[in-house]
Design a protein around this ligand. Structure first.
Ligand SMILES: NC(=O)c1ccc[n+]([C@@H]2O[C@H](COP(=O)([O-])OP(=O)(O)OC[C@H]3O[C@@H](n4cnc5c(N)ncnc54)[C@H](OP(=O)(O)O)[C@@H]3O)[C@@H](O)[C@H]2O)c1
Length: 322
């Protein structure tokens, strides 16, 4: 067959169009995992963005450019250059205590920047997938489904709820709010660890850990969340989705499960009530999600907690024993 310019190739031989996906906060735990997950698929052209000059992970399957979501000019330039079909906003100030201590920065990052992204998405006719949290709820009646009424008990939760409300208000036709719970997983040079990595580290050294037995969550293995987000994009799913693990545990039970899966002694695990910690920030007691909507409408099928921990062990090169 003679060489033809691409636009003259017979229809069947043209490459399928890839969706152009802009990922913000791409150097964070979810951002790295998602950028690599989507980048590995020929269905997506991924532009990973974060505050740093360079990616902290192997970005060979995607493009990378610096972008601070609180810098209006930088955001405008990236939208003009890349013209995304989908924006997944993984950028956030996700440390609950830091949000309480630095409220202006938390609001600028978690609320105001999201409204700006949403307006850009209106102009670009792009879908906005916004990551949100179980901390929009007060923790009195978990596990929660998507119809439950938000009522945040701390500033972080308020900023995340404000972002959700902004997205609903700016007139976007394609938007998805993906709420998730207590992420665990691994990535490169993370600016903050996560509770499971911390437990593995401490228990492997035999150090005593104090863990609360009065806060319930449905911990989420980050690759499961990345898979759930891909399903949202693939199906053009609108609205709110709860995307977390299925297993509801206290933080103490989580530590016991980590010890069990990795063969650490549970002797140094000290169950305490929340009062043990002199924490000035309120945290919801019983959150956790019902993921039935994601299962039914997206085909979402997360690992069990034990299987997720085993998979993490393989990623870390720490052999699980059970
Ligand atoms: N982690 C959880 O347990 C959890 C639970 C429920 C919901 N969520 C939500 O899930 C999403 C992802 O969380 P994650 O665990 O991946 O958080 P993460 O590891 O802290 O990642 C967030 C990333 O956003 C970046 N960022 C902060 N401000 C920025 C700005 N102005 N411009 C660009 N990037 C900025 C951070 O950069 P630096 O690395 O430079 O700080 C960080 O890399 C967030 O929306 C979070 O609220 C998380």
């Amino acid at each position: 067959m003679p060489d033809l310019p691409l636009d003259e190739l017979p229809f069947q031989q043209q490459r399928p169009l890839s969706r152009r996906v802009l990922v913000t906060g791409a150097n964070g735990l979810l951002g790295q995992t998602l950028s690599q997950h989507l980048g590995a698929s020929s269905d997506y052209d991924v532009l990973a963005t974060a505050r740093d000059d360079a990616p902290r992970f192997d970005a060979s399957d995607c493009e990378y450019t610096p972008m601070d979501v609180t810098a209006p000019d930088a955001v405008t330039a990236v939208f003009e250059d890349f013209d995304p079909d989908v924006v997944v906003n993984c950028a956030a100030m996700s440390d609950v205590s830091a949000c309480d201590e630095n409220r202006n920065e938390a609001w600028a990052t978690n609320a105001r920047a999201v409204k700006r992204l949403a307006k850009h998405c209106v102009d670009a006719r792009a879908r906005l997938v916004q990551l949100s949290t179980d901390f929009v709820f007060n923790g009195k009646r978990g596990p929660y489904d998507e119809n439950a009424r938000p009522d945040p008990v701390n500033y972080y939760g308020r900023t995340k709820l404000a972002a959700e409300n902004a997205i609903r208000e700016v007139g976007l036709s394609d938007w998805t709010i993906v709420r998730t719970v207590l992420l665990y997983g691994t990535a490169q040079q993370l600016s903050r660890s996560n509770v499971v990595l911390w437990m593995i580290d401490e228990l492997s050294k035999g150090n005593t850990i104090h863990v609360v037995n009065d806060q319930w969550r449905t911990p989420t293995y980050v690759p499961d969340l990345a898979d759930g987000i891909e399903r949202v994009i693939d199906r053009d799913a609108n609205g709110i989705f709860h995307v977390s693990g299925r297993d509801m545990v206290t933080i103490h039970e989580l530590a016991e499960t980590v010890a069990d899966v990795f063969g650490f002694s549970s002797e140094p695990i000290d169950p305490v009530s929340s009062d043990y910690f002199d924490d000035p920030v309120d945290r919801p007691s019983k959150t956790g999600f019902i993921v039935l909507k994601a299962e039914t409408e997206l085909g979402y099928d997360p690992h069990s907690l034990e299987d997720g921990l085993r998979a993490l062990g393989h990623e870390l090169g720490v052999a699980p024993v059970s």
